[in-house]
Write a protein that binds this ligand. Structure first.
Ligand code: SAM
Length: 219
C-alpha cells in the first residue's frame, strides 16, 4: 500500500465545490500562468498552431486566456458557474451564455470572439457529441481534485475526448497522504501509470512517462 488508499473514503459533492467558490475557499486559484505549463507547453503543442485545448475542471485558470491569445481554441468544464463567470469578467472578455441541449440544466459560456467555450456541468456529463475531440489537454487540479473513487470514470471521459495526436499534460501533487485528507488527493506515480495504462496500453503509458508528460509537484 502506498498511502493513496488512505484517502479513498474522502468524497466531495458538486455542492461542496460550489460552496468553496461561494465562501472564497479557492486557494487553488493562481493569479499567474502555471510555471509548468509555461515550461512544458511545447509538449502539448508539438509544433502545432491553433489547436483545440481542453481544461478539465477549469476553474478560472488564467492559463486559458494565455493560450487563447496565442490563437488556440479553448474548452473548459467546471461545475461552478460563479468561477466561470469570474473568468470572463476578471479578464474583461465579453461572453454569451447558452443552454447545452444535451445536458438538462447545463450551460455553456462562450467568448464573443468564439475562441473560449466553458461548459458549466459535471465533467461526467460531457461527451464527444457535445465538445468534439481535443488536440491537447492541460490537467492541473483536475485528476487530483476528483474523488479517488471516481478516477476511472474521469479517465474514461478524458481519454474519450482525445483525438489521435492529442497530448495530455498532467500535474500531480506529492505529499504524505496520511497528513492531509485532500483535495488535492495524492496519487502515486505507480498508481497513475497503472490507471493510464489500462486506457492507453502499457507501451503508450511508458512513453508518456518518459516524455515526460506528467510531473510531480512538491509542497
Ligand atoms: C482544484 S480546482 C482546479 C481549478 C483549475 N484547474 C485551476 O488550475 O485553477 C477544481 C475545480 O473542479 C471543479 N469541479 C469539481 N468537481 C467537478 C466535476 N465533477 N465536474 C466539473 N467540475 C468539477 C470545482 O468547481 C473546481 O473549480
Amino acid at each position: 500500500m502506498d498511502g493513496s488508499e488512505n484517502q479513498q473514503t474522502n468524497v466531495l459533492l458538486e455542492s461542496d465545490w460550489i460552496n468553496k467558490w461561494e465562501t472564497r475557499n479557492i486557494g487553488f486559484h493562481e493569479a499567474d500562468v502555471h510555471t509548468l505549463l509555461a515550461e512544458f507547453l511545447d509538449e502539448i503543442l508539438a509544433n502545432r498552431k491553433q489547436i483545440k485545448i481542453f481544461f478539465p475542471l477549469c476553474g478560472k485558470a488564467v492559463d486559458m486566456k494565455w493560450l487563447a491569445e496565442m490563437g488556440h481554441l479553448i474548452f473548459g468544464v467546471d461545475v461552478c458557474e460563479l468561477g466561470i463567470k469570474e473568468f470572463f469578467e476578471e479578464n474583461n472578455i465579453p461572453y454569451v451564455e447558452e443552454a447545452i441541449p444535451q445536458i438538462p440544466g447545463g450551460k455553456v459560456f462562450k467568448s464573443k470572439s468564439g475562441n473560449i467555450s466553458l461548459y458549466c456541468c459535471s465533467i461526467y456529463d460531457l461527451n464527444e457529441s457535445i465538445v468534439g475531440k481535443f488536440d491537447g489537454i492541460w490537467d492541473r487540479g483536475g485528476m487530483v481534485a476528483i474523488n479517488p473513487t471516481d478516477r476511472e470514470r474521469y479517465v474514461r471521459v478524458v481519454t474519450s475526448l482525445m483525438d489521435k495526436d492529442c497530448r495530455y499534460l498532467l500535474v500531480t501533487v506529492e505529499y504524505d497522504p496520511k497528513l492531509h485528507g485532500g483535495p488535492p488527493f495524492y496519487i502515486s506515480d505507480a498508481n497513475l501509470e497503472k490507471l493510464l495504462a489500462s486506457f492507453f496500453g502499457w507501451s503508450a503509458a511508458r512513453w508518456l512517462r518518459l516524455a515526460p508528460l506528467w510531473f510531480s509537484l512538491h509542497f
